[in-house]
Design a protein. Structure first.
Length: 192
């Protein structure tokens, strides 16, 4: 698994911390530190953290996005992931301060009155149309609209990539289910 992550510049999704392998090589230690996505099960629900590298690290969405080829000092594209201290960080955390060097000083803490950059509050006018739209989407029969099904399909394929047939089958078998966790659980139970 470590060799494959190294060769493909991929991430590892595991509930093992690989402490025994971190001493094997510097590259493996880097992979374990920067590209390990831990998971757990709560009941029957597969759960991953919103901040896989700690509070100061990237969000889960940013962690899972592979950069479009980063530039090295020679100007060549490496295709490698940025180390955590070069990634956009979430303010207000001190969790990974020991990783930062003097060349990359810690950003100043954001005053508490300012909202966090990845969140914002909705106004009542934004909430009301969404509630009306949800009622329209549910329709009389409770079945999903094609647009809603396509959104669920896209979200499921982000997690279950390469399993288009299974995702389509589950969506077809559960035409009124809108809960992504329930659909994911059905996919995990599916034996093709």
């Amino acid at each position: 698994m470590m060799k494959l992550a190294e060769e493909k510049d991929g991430i590892i999704v595991s509930n093992d911390q690989f402490r025994d392998l971190s001493g094997e090589s510097v590259k493996w230690a880097e992979i374990i530190r920067e590209r390990l996505l831990p998971f757990t099960f709560v009941g029957n629900i597969f759960m991953v953290p919103d901040d896989p590298l700690g509070r100061e690290g990237p969000t889960l969405d940013d962690f899972l996005k592979k950069p479009n080829g980063l530039q090295t000092s020679r100007g060549r594209s490496t295709g490698r992931r940025e180390p955590p201290h070069n990634r956009p960080s979430r303010p207000g955390s001190r969790a990974r301060s020991q990783v930062r060097s003097k060349a990359h000083p810690r950003p100043l803490p954001r005053p508490q009155s300012q909202p966090r950059p990845h969140t914002r509050s909705l106004t009542e006018s934004e909430i009301q149309p969404k509630q009306e739209q949800k009622k329209e989407d549910e329709g009389i029969s409770g079945l999903r609209r094609p647009r809603e099904t396509e959104k669920l399909r896209h979200k499921l394929l982000e997690v279950f990539w390469g399993q288009d047939h299974k995702v389509d089958f589950i969506l077809q078998q559960n035409p009124s289910t809108r809960d992504l966790n329930q659909l994911s659980e059905a996919l995990l139970r599916l034996n093709f």
